[in-house]
Each structure stands twice: as C-alpha cells, then as structure tokens.
Design a protein around this ligand. Structure first.
Ligand code: PLP
Length: 478
C-alpha cells in the first residue's frame, strides 16, 4: 500500500468532518498525536490497522439489520449479510469454532449473550418442554412466574476479582451478579496460581450451572482441559471469556489445553484487545448453543453495528495472515522481557512473572498504592492502570497493583531490548515516588511525591524510546 493512500484517506476524512464541526476533527487529530507520544502499557488496548479503522467510517453505519444473515427483520440487508457472514467465517476459521456470532458491541455484551444463551438452553427450554409450550408467550401466568423465578435462581462460579476475574463474571455491582448467585475461586496465596483442586472442591460444593474461566489481570495460562473436566463433573456449562488473550489464541501461542475453543461449551471475547480489531465483541460456540446465541439481538443487544462488523471482518482477515502468529509470539516475549527487567530491578510481581501478555506489579513493595503509582507513571509519560492484587489490602479503588501489557507496544514494533528500557523507566519512577500525607499527618492512599524534573526526564526518555517506532508511519495528517 503506498503510504500516501493512508495519509490521503485520513486527511480527506478530517477535512470533511472539519467542515461541519472543526472541534471534532481537532480532537481526532489530537488523539492520534497523544497516542503517538505516550508509552501505552494498558493491557487491554491496542492500535487497530488503518484498514480496520477505515472500514468503520461508512454507509453501513446507517443500516438497521436486526436478525441474522439471510434472516433479517428489515429489507435491504444484502450487503450487511456479506460483511457479517465474512466476519463470522473468518472467526470460525481463525479459532476453529463451529459457530461464530459477531454482533455483540463489546465484551460485556458478548458475555450477556452467552449468559442468556446458557439460561435459555439449560432452564427456559426444559421449562417450555415440561409445559408443552413452544414459546414463552404460550405459558400460563403461573408457569411464566415459575420460569422467571427459576431463571433467577441459578448459580455461577468464576474467578474472584482480586485474582484477576472480571466484574461481569457474576459480581454484584454488575447485572450478572443480579442474575446469578455467584461464588468465586481465588488463586493459591503462596504461588498466585489457579489451584484446580480448589476450583473442583468449590464446584462440588456449590454445584454451579455455569463455570466461568477467563480474566482481566491474571498473568498466567489457564488449563481449560482441566476446567472443562471440573465443569463436566458437576454438570456445569463451561464458559471462557478470552477477551484479554484472544490474540494469543488466534496467533497459536495458546494451544492444546490452553486453547479454550475446543474445551469450552461457549467462548466470548472482545475484538479490540490483543486481537487488534475494532471495539466489539464476539461469541463462539458449538451447534447446541448456536440458535440461542443468535437471539442475542434483541434479547440483550441493540441493533447490530454493520460498520463494526465490517471492521471485524477486516481485522479477523488480518489475524488469519501468517504474520499474526509472529505478532502474538512477540507480545508474550515482550511481556516476559518486561517482567524479567522489573524483577532484576527488585520489583514484586504477582505470580513472579508472566506467560501471557500482561504483568501485574505489586507496588506495595515500593511503598505505594496502585493509585499513587498509576498517577506518578502518568506524570512521567507512561500510561498504565491500577489493579487489585490477590487479597488486596487497599481495596478495589486504591488497589495495590499496576497492570501493564504489551499488545500495543508490540504492534508499534518495540521488542525485548526496548522492554528492558521500559522496565528501567517504570522502576525509576516507582522507586523515586513516595506516598504523600493527609492534612492530619496520616498516610494518604492517593497523594504522592515525585520530583517534577524527574517526571519530565522520564517522559523525555519514554519519547526517545518510542521515536524509533513511529505509530501509523504511513499516516501523515499534515
Ligand atoms: N471480559 C473481560 C475479561 C475483560 O477484561 C473486559 C474488559 O476489560 C470485558 C469482558 C469487557 O469488555 P468491553 O469493555 O468491550 O465491554
């Protein structure tokens, strides 16, 4: 692709937008400049390709397309059918899945689709059969009331939040925690690793309808074969939320027992994290759940976003190219180099390292809360996010951890040598930051003291590290 084609495409788009609302055009340009300048270590972010970005800005945005490919509630969806079918085909081929549903607007939406599909399959369908009804509208008031109670009386077992689980895996502040009676499994306090015997014990005691695996902040692999055996032993449906590590599955870094697709009944994911697509979600499953999953819209989803499905098709086509496997491998190599660099400099890491795309630093070793560390790093041009660590004494708001991930910097082209430089910058900031005090002299969990000159110096060094790896090198907005 000649470099001027990408520049021309984005320049023209901005020109058209500027003619209507220049402040939006300015904000878009400023966002690119900010992304170019910051050392982005947010584990859940990436940089989508120009083709993926451009696939979203077009006439597909104007279409209503409720229904599924070939079975729409609106006329005139033939082109939407084309892109939805393409995205689904790429997803099936990429992940070796029997069925792919590419309509969810995000990871949370994909999880909701999966939960309702499981409830429909395991609770609603049997209730309809018992009542000899074909449809919920055919149930008597009494049977409908009984079914609603039964739907609300199901159990879910998932990873605890402080071990790295996600809020949507049955926690009370989320709708999933209001739908399900939830219990969670943690990690071994000594090793920080999932203890499968403990998961099996919890499953035996709790007898969940759904066993969930998947995480936002667990820096290790999960053995999905063992988790499936546990689910089978108690008759649970096994669901994996691979939102964070889908790129590592796509790139065949996670294979065999560590690839969720052959082991889970249903797999959900985002498309924008390590998979490097547009913001969105997806559900993969076998034929048993496919019909229920297809009802995602309008069951829990608003109308499909055909422009985003077009971008999903583009990004998934990219992920099927041979070079994506190299990218996925480099994500993990970089995370391990970052972890090694931090460990060598004396940092404490949850589980002592990583075998995926993320590293969790326990910043209490630096005398800081996660919030203080996050802000001090941000002052120094390093974008991360605070995160709870197992048995976190500082709670979910201040936390004791910093989560860092390598998908974005790896897309930019940084390698293991630069990861050591990154570890040096992080360690410098954290070791030179101290906790601040409240007006009454007590230790603050939010205030911190960092010499602004040091923050500036690290910011400049971060800029120098990035300078050799231009972001969107073929895009010049002039
Ligand atoms: N599932 C997991 C494991 C996640 O980490 C996240 C996002 O952080 C989500 C689901 C939600 O994804 P989204 O923000 O696209 O709804």
């Amino acid at each position: 692709m000649p470099s001027n084609a990408e520049s021309a495409a984005f320049r023209s788009a901005l020109e058209v937008i500027r003619a209507v609302e220049p402040r939006v055009a300015d904000a878009i340009g400023a966002e690119l400049a900010d992304q170019r300048e910051s050392l982005k270590l947010i584990a859940s972010e990436n940089y989508a390709s120009p083709a993926t970005l451009l696939a979203m800005g077009n006439w597909f945005s104007d279409k209503y397309a409720e229904g599924t490919v070939g079975r729409r509630f609106y006329a005139g969806c033939q082109n939407v059918d084309t892109v939805e079918a393409l995205a689904a085909e790429h997803a099936r081929e990429l992940f070796g899945a029997t069925y792919a549903y590419v309509q969810p607007h995000s990871g949370i939406d994909a999880n909701l689709v999966a939960f309702w599909a499981i409830l429909a399959d395991r609770v609603e369908s049997p209730a309809l059969a018992r009542a000899q009804a074909r449809h919920v509208n055919d149930l008597t008031e009494q049977d409908w009331f009984a079914l609603r109670r039964e739907l609300g009386d199901q159990r879910m077992l998932g990873m605890s939040l402080d071990a790295g689980g996600h809020l949507t895996h049955g926690f009370r502040p989320n709708i999933s925690g209001k739908m399900f009676d939830q219990r969670s499994y943690g990690t071994d306090p000594a090793t920080g690793l999932v203890d499968y015997d403990k998961v099996a014990e919890a499953a035996r005691e709790f007898r969940p309808l759904v066993l969930v695996a998947g995480y936002s902040a667990y820096p290790r692999k999960v053995n999905f074969r063992i988790m499936r055996e546990i689910a089978d032993s108690v008759g649970a449906t096994f669901m994996v939320d691979m939102a964070h590590f889908a790129g590592l599955v796509a790139g065949k870094v996670f294979t065999g027992d560590f690839d969720p697709v052959p082991h889970a009944h249903i797999v959900t994911t985002t498309t924008h994290k390590s998979l490097r697509g547009p913001r969105g979600g997806m559900v993969l499953c076998g034929p048993e759940l496919a019909d229920q999953v297809d009802r995602g819209c309008p069951m829990v989803l608003g109308g499909p976003l055909p422009h985003v499905m077009a971008a999903k098709a583009v990004a998934l086509a990219e992920a099927r190219r041979p070079d994506f496997a190299g990218y996925a491998r480099r994500i993990v190599d970089n995370a391990q180099a970052l972890a090694d660099g931090l460990l060598r400099r004396g940092a404490t890491l949850v589980t002592g390292g990583t075998d995926n795309h993320l590293v969790l630093i326990d910043v209490t070793g630096y005398g800081l809360t996660g919030r203080q560390a996050e802000q001090a790093l941000l002052d120094s041009g390093i974008v991360t996010n605070r995160n709870a660590v197992p048995q976190d004494a500082n709670g979910a708001w201040y936390t004791s951890g910093i989560r860092i991930g390598t998908p974005a910097l790896t897309t930019r082209g940084l390698g293991t040598a630069e990861m050591d430089g990154t570890a040096e910058l992080i360690h410098t900031v954290l070791s030179q930051t101290s906790a601040g005090a409240n007006p009454d002299g007590t230790a603050s969990k939010a205030k911190y003291v960092l010499d602004p000159a040091l923050a500036d110096k690290v910011s400049r060094q971060a800029g120098e590290l990035l300078a050799g790896f231009p972001l969107y090198p073929n895009v010049d907005l002039g």
